[in-house]
Design a protein around this ligand. Structure first.
Ligand code: SIN
Length: 517
């Protein structure tokens, strides 16, 4: 079996992984594994932008409060504060790397607005191709340094005495390699690909979460899965991309097939309510047999402002000329994940996590729009700093391959999707969650050790494990909060709304007094 050595091994090539590599590569030997190509990441598909309080009329504590309020105050407040206060410096860093954010004709940045933000504070690139431009810029630098191994899937973390010392991986031909490293960084994204309707790259199916779980790392908050209200759906009802929330920021509204405004009386922010709220309204409308559309008729120069959505519509035979785009809510982002501190450390020494796979606690129970690219760069920077400042340790190597657990009996991917959708979707209840849990357990019970498994067998095992973890977490949380809505424990909207506003006021006062703002 082949063996490699490096200082830092990063698994995943989204923005957080690439930025960690960029920030470390002048001091450390860095290697990045990506399952397919560098571009196969959620970051690459990100449309809306990157939120940051940079304007003179804005304040970090306003961004902070919007983040807490959208997250239903389940957020870790110190980490959230770090996220928003480090934002402007990281935007500057991106600009130094060559990123060009969209500007107005007078040369100042153009800021967009999205759901649950108090004001327009979202920087974007190429209208609605922010992720693509960000990744292309950072990727160019990484490729020049020859850091990426494409087509390499991490299949098991190598852990010795509760220290992660490397990774077993497999290429597309089934060849296995042991890579030993002082630091292993999970940057593998979330789990939304387990749902039939989702906005994610096809590679994002929870593998990093499964790797961490099997190694014994702590995972938290997995019940919080964000469903984006507006995925583009084709005639067969399949999701074929995202329709960015920034379009609602410019004035588009959600309607049913009769032209009724769906969000009109549902929330004070109407179409720009937090995503969990909007998704539930659309979900219920669809369950009642209605169709849900984004009405873009009020937007001038739509094609120019939103070229990615225009292209997606064209490629999928969706006409934008009539001004109504058929949309449906679908899985988009995993708030929970591998628990980390603000420097990316997990509960296993030598193992770090960054980006969507990590749970720093900044997103709470529902992520605020355009905070995920921000999270990617802010926490990549902190992680790189903490890895740089750690003293070198001797590499451990030469460990025996002991095989891997796979399922002797496994369902189809479609069956997994169906269980996730039917029982751990936008609305859940105890009965359904128990059914899902038992269903996953049936397959977990068939686990056997295999010395030379296929990638397909490992992927299936990972999905079953992750589905089971999500079902278990959702069952344990006997309340409704943010994206986790239990129909057997509903919240009373009026009361909840008042509570959110009261909490916002309290937080505002305490942050203001500590910041001297
Ligand atoms: C969007 O453009 O609507 C998605 C941005 C995000 O997920 O924050």
């Amino acid at each position: 079996m082949k063996t490699r050595k490096t200082d830092v091994l990063i698994i995943g090539s989204g923005l957080s992984g690439l930025m960690t590599a960029e920030l470390l590569s002048s001091r450390k030997n860095v290697m990045i594994f990506t399952k397919k190509r560098v571009e196969d990441s959620n970051s690459y598909l990100a449309q809306g932008g990157i939120a940051t309080a940079m304007q003179e009329t804005d304040d970090w504590y306003d961004h902070f409060l919007d983040t807490l309020q959208a997250g239903c105050f389940h957020n870790e407040s110190a980490a959230t504060r770090q996220l928003v206060t480090d934002g402007p410096e990281m935007i500057q860093k991106l600009v130094e790397l060559g990123v060009q954010f969209d500007r107005q004709s007078n040369g100042t940045y153009q800021y967009g607005k999205e759901g649950a933000h108090n004001r327009a504070r979202i920087l974007h690139i190429g209208g609605d191709s922010t992720g693509k431009h960000l990744i292309d810029t950072v990727k160019k630098r990484i490729i020049e340094k020859d850091l990426v191994v494409e087509g390499e899937t991490a299949i098991k973390l190598i852990v010795k005495n509760n220290r992660c010392v490397g990774v077993w991986s497999m290429d597309e031909y089934g060849n296995m390699t042991a890579t030993y490293a002082q630091a292993v960084v999970l940057a593998t994204g979330g789990l939304s690909g387990l749902y039939p309707l989702n906005s994610n790259a096809s590679t994002i199916t929870g593998d990093g979460l499964a790797l961490a779980y099997v190694a014994g790392a702590e995972l938290t908050d997995l019940e919080f899965i964000q469903f984006h209200p507006t995925l583009l759906v084709n005639e067969e009802g399949k999701s074929v991309g995202l329709v960015t929330e920034a379009i609602r920021g410019e004035g588009a509204v959600l309607v049913d097939e009769y032209g009724n405004r769906l969000m009109k009386h549902e929330h004070p922010l109407e179409d720009l309510a937090p995503r969990d709220v909007v998704s539930r309204v659309l979900y219920r409308a669809r369950m009642a047999g209605n169709k849900t559309f984004l009405d873009i008729r009020s937007i001038n120069d739509f094609q120019k402002r939103f070229p990615t959505v225009t292209r997606l519509c064209k490629e999928n035979g969706v006409s934008i000329e009539k001004g109504l785009i058929l949309v449906a809510p679908g899985a988009h982002f995993t708030m929970g994940g591998v628990e980390t501190d603000v420097d990316g450390r997990t509960s296993i020494a030598g193992l770090y996590a960054v980006g969507e796979v990590a749970n720093t606690g900044v997103h709470g129970a529902n992520r605020l729009a355009s905070n995920s690219l921000l999270e990617g760069v802010v926490f990549a920077n902190r992680l790189a700093h903490s890895i740089r400042s750690e003293t070198d340790i001797a590499l451990i190597s030469g460990l025996e391959w002991e095989g891997i657990e796979i399922l002797a009996d496994s369902p189809t991917y479609e069956e997994i999707h169906e269980i996730m959708n039917n029982h751990i979707g936008i609305e859940r209840d105890e009965h359904g969650l128990n059914q899902a849990l038992r269903w996953f357990e049936r397959y977990i019970d068939t686990t056997v050790i295999h010395e030379f498994p296929s990638l397909g067998e490992i992927k299936k095992r990972n999905q079953i494990l992750v589905g089971w973890l999500v079902a278990g977490s959702a069952l344990q949380r006997t309340e409704s909060r943010g994206s986790h809505y239990r129909t057997d424990h509903p919240y009373q909207r009026e009361k909840w709304q008042q509570r959110r506003v009261k909490r916002r006021k309290e937080c505002y006062e305490s942050v203001k007094s500590t910041a001297g703002a």
